[in-house]
Design a protein around this ligand. Structure first.
Ligand code: SF4
Ligand code: SF4
Length: 459
């Protein structure tokens, strides 16, 4: 990574895995229209508990968007990135997208600006992207198959230059324009992240080829995302029985793609109006009604640049201290007979600092004799402590199923009942490293595990 790339991703929670423990992002939903149809997308669905791309509770005008960003930035000083990711396609709505970026340049110059696109219109907007200081562009590209065969199973139609195209012809035009757009971005020094949805039975064998092509083109990161598919989501795939991507398939394909390319593995497939750290969704706290009575001037005043800067300097000092704590133990040798899979509960700051009962997602790590590697996160539908309303619904079996290949859960605290239930699934619990740095703690857990195995053997 060059120095300029390093500085562009230092505080970016999506482009930098370490930064995602510390910095927050916001998506502003100013782009409702889309110029293609994907068989995994249904933007009509809206539910405040639902977290997946395309879902949003409300749409914003550019002015409403800047007010919301200023309000969030004043309350969440860790906010470092603002992105436009729908609920349609950022570049199918260029007027609203670029107007929003212009406001952001004026009122929130410390924020990094991103946009996400399917890539169909990317090549038409390179100059506008540069002019608005957007240095990070995400392109969703699910196939590089020149015949259009694979693409035609994913995209029923595209709409470009006043005409609708279908079938393989549509897939070929989309691919050509995606590749032209990516090439132009890379040449302009814009960091490109590519998203690919792993669709079982459609592109699972093809994605390593996609990864290779993207690497050749100078794409900075490749993000292999699992398909989220259920009939109730109303998507073509969901209604036609195409299943969600199983964890085992995701890990296998990520490994195959990661041989040559740098992968993003911590993507949360956020809503189009997501707010907060990547594992959080605070969108309901900042609905437009919360700031509609405040003027732009008032909000601009509350968005206090010096105090945000001071807070972020503290975060950087903390990250340096954390890196030192983790490094100290990183070089120590382990003697594991087989690598360990450990699920961590965390609310950020790089620490094991969440009670098991509150965890709606788990960070999955693999500890081998060589390294501690973050694999991906896993969400559960319901966390354990959901209050009186949920009495009688005990999600522990669902959690155990989600973590069925995990050896340990490292958590800040857990009650005796779930601990016992998880033991029946051969999942061990470790609470010894509550509020300690994640990487160093996992290494310690693995060290103790290896020692206990040696003792068992000797006994
Ligand atoms: S490009 Fe995005 S918004 Fe458009 S149909 Fe596909 S997933 Fe939905
Ligand atoms: S969808 Fe993925 S890349 Fe986009 S903000 Fe969320 S975590 Fe980052």
């Amino acid at each position: 990574m060059s120095c300029s790339q390093e500085s562009l991703v230092q505080k970016h929670p999506c482009y930098n895995e370490d930064a995602h423990h510390h910095y927050a992002r916001i998506h502003v939903a100013v782009a409702p229209a889309c110029n293609i149809q994907c068989n995994y997308c249904n933007r009509k669905y809206d539910c405040s508990n639902e977290s997946r791309p395309g879902v949003t509770s409300e749409r914003l005008t550019p002015k409403e968007a800047i007010k919301k960003v200023l309000h969030v930035g004043a309350n969440i000083p860790q906010l470092s990135v603002v992105g436009i990711a729908g609920p349609g396609d950022a570049l199918a709505n260029p007027k609203a997208t670029f107007e929003t970026f212009k406001y952001l340049n004026k009122y929130a110059p410390d924020l990094t600006l991103c946009l996400s696109t399917n890539g169909l219109a990317l090549i038409d907007h390179i100059e506008a992207i540069k002019a608005c200081n957007v240095h990070h562009v995400t392109v969703t590209i699910n196939s590089v198959d020149q015949s259009g065969e694979i693409g035609s199973k994913i995209y029923p139609w595209i709409y470009t230059k006043g005409k609708r195209y279908r079938g393989k012809e549509a897939a070929k035009i989309l691919l050509k324009r995606q590749l032209e757009g990516i090439k132009a971005c890379v040449e302009a020094g814009i960091l490109v992240k590519a998203n690919s949805v792993l669709i079982p039975g459609i592109n699972e064998e093809h994605l390593p080829e996609v990864s290779k092509k993207l690497k050749q083109m100078g794409v900075f990161l490749h993000n292999i995302m699992p398909l989220i598919s259920k009939p109730e989501y109303g998507t073509v795939f969901g209604l036609n029985g195409v299943p969600s991507t199983p964890n085992s398939m995701l890990t296998r394909v990520q490994k195959a793609c990661g041989i040559e390319t740098k992968l993003m593995k911590h993507c949360r497939q956020c809503r189009a109006d997501a707010v907060g750290l990547l594992g959080q969704d605070r969108s309901q706290e900042f609905l437009k009604s919360k700031q509609e009575d405040l003027s732009l001037d008032e909000l601009a005043k509350a968005y206090d640049l010096p105090s945000r800067k001071a807070k972020q300097e503290k975060i950087e000092a903390w990250r340096r201290a954390l890196a030192k704590a983790n490094e100290r133990i990183e070089s120590e040798k382990l003697s594991l007979q087989k690598s360990l899979r450990i699920a961590v509960t965390s609310v950020g700051n790089g620490l094991i600092n969440q009670h098991f009962g509150n965890a709606k997602e788990f960070l999955i790590y693999e500890v081998s004799n060589e390294k501690v590697e973050f694999l991906h996160h896993r969400k559960v539908e319901q966390h354990l402590c959901t209050g009186a309303d949920a009495c009688g619904t005990n999600p522990i079996e669902e959690i155990a199923k989600t973590l069925d290949d995990v050896d340990y859960i490292a958590t800040a605290k857990i009650g005796p009942c779930p601990k016992e239930a998880l033991a029946k699934h051969n999942i061990l619990i470790n609470e010894e490293f509550a509020y300690q740095p994640i990487v160093a703690s996992l290494k310690e857990i693995a060290k103790k595990h290896a020692q206990s195995k040696l003792v068992q053997k000797a006994g």
